[in-house]
Design a protein around this ligand. Structure first.
Ligand SMILES: Nc1ncnc2c1ncn2[C@@H]1O[C@H](COP(=O)(O)OP(=O)(O)OP(=O)(O)O)[C@@H](O)[C@H]1O
Ligand SMILES: [Mg+2]
Length: 319
């Protein structure tokens, strides 16, 4: 009898303990979710886009906090005895259309190649923030080749002056190939996304032709599609309209503007005022140093006042 009562007591105590453990685990999870919602309100509420932690250094007003995606400090690039980048310290923000202007030889391409991990800095630091909500900072200046290859395939998109499409593949195949290389998309996804991009870039008629059989504008639009198929966190563009005529330039700029409006972060290097007008943050590079910065509102179409503002700012650099 006594043994039976003791046995019953042990069972009751075990049940009570088990129930308390479950309750504690549930409240910890609730607390975690609450903190997560406090720190990442936009994700928690609408699953829309990453919002920076309140204490992180931000740019802009309270409602429009910007998250730093690149943080460069004293960035130096030398070629032998020649110093091309002279200790640039600069932050780049998510959801920005940043534009680098400057005279020929000022170091614009060198800067873009260093930031995007295509080339190594000779000195200084450069950190890239990985995918949210992780707070991982990747040291681009010292990352392994394997890590840089992964970033270039998955996180960064590239467009250059020439389209650099594979000459033996059709435009459609070129776009798909970039999806296959990134490695994180299923074949079905790649096929569907290619179809969407071909429609968005108005390439339906040209998609089955080789790069040599299409116009410069069509080839460059395919190059942009190829650059964005993997959903890069930032699109790097070095003089993407430099080899195009006026009409094709306009088409490519419209495309970049539309991508930016959809939330694509862009870093554009250009000589072209029309191209620069599409950006919202213009940086001026002179002899390897950033010597000026102009903030513009997001591009909403041709705007005389905006053109004058940029022209007056550029005049200050004898542009
Ligand atoms: N691999 C290299 N070896 C030596 N010098 C180089 C190398 N690449 C670039 N440079 C030099 O670095 C300087 C900056 O070159 P960069 O290509 O960045 O200029 P840029 O501003 O992009 O010019 P542009 O507007 O003509 O494209 C130039 O003086 C160039 O000659
Ligand atoms: Mg250049």
């Amino acid at each position: 009898m006594v043994i039976a009562v003791l046995f019953l007591l042990v069972i009751i105590i075990a049940i009570v303990l088990f129930w308390r453990v479950i309750r504690t685990a549930a409240s910890v999870e609730k607390l975690d979710n609450g903190l997560y919602a406090m720190e990442y309100p936009l994700i928690a509420e609408q699953n829309l886009r990453f919002c920076s932690r309140p204490q992180r250094k931000c740019f802009g007003t309270e409602e429009k906090m910007k998250e730093i995606i690149f943080q460069g400090t004293d960035m130096v690039k030398t070629y032998g005895e020649t110093t091309v980048l002279h200790g640039i310290s600069l932050e780049l923000y998510r959801d920005d259309f940043a534009v680098i202007m400057g005279s020929s030889g000022s170091g614009k391409s060198t800067f873009l190649y260093a930031v995007s991990g295509m080339d190594r800095l000779s000195g200084g630091q450069l950190f890239y923030k990985g995918n949210p909500p992780s707070d991982e900072m990747i040291d681009i200046a010292h990352a392994s080749e394997k890590e840089l290859t992964r970033l270039r395939a998955e996180d960064f998109g590239f467009v250059f002056q020439r389209s650099h499409l594979v000459s033996s593949l059709t435009l459609e195949e070129n776009i798909r190939m970039a999806g296959l290389i990134c490695g994180s998309m299923s074949e079905k996804e790649i096929w569907e996304k290619t179809d969407v991009l071909i429609r968005q870039m108005c390439l339906e008629k040209a998609k089955d032709r080789l790069p040599a059989q299409v116009s410069g504008g069509e080839a460059q639009r395919a190059a942009v599609a190829r650059a964005v198929i993997a959903g890069p966190r930032i699109l790097f563009a070095d003089e993407p309209t430099g080899a195009l005529n006026k009409a094709n330039t306009e088409e490519v700029l419209e495309l970049l503007t539309a991508l930016y409006a959809q939330g694509q972060s862009i870093l554009l290097v250009t000589h072209d005022r029309e191209a620069a007008l599409r950006g919202n943050r213009i940086l001026y590079l002179e002899d390897g140093s950033i010597v000026g910065e102009l903030e513009l509102s997001p591009y909403q179409g041709k705007d005389r006042e905006r053109e004058q503002k940029l022209a007056a700012w550029l005049e200050g650099f004898q542009w």
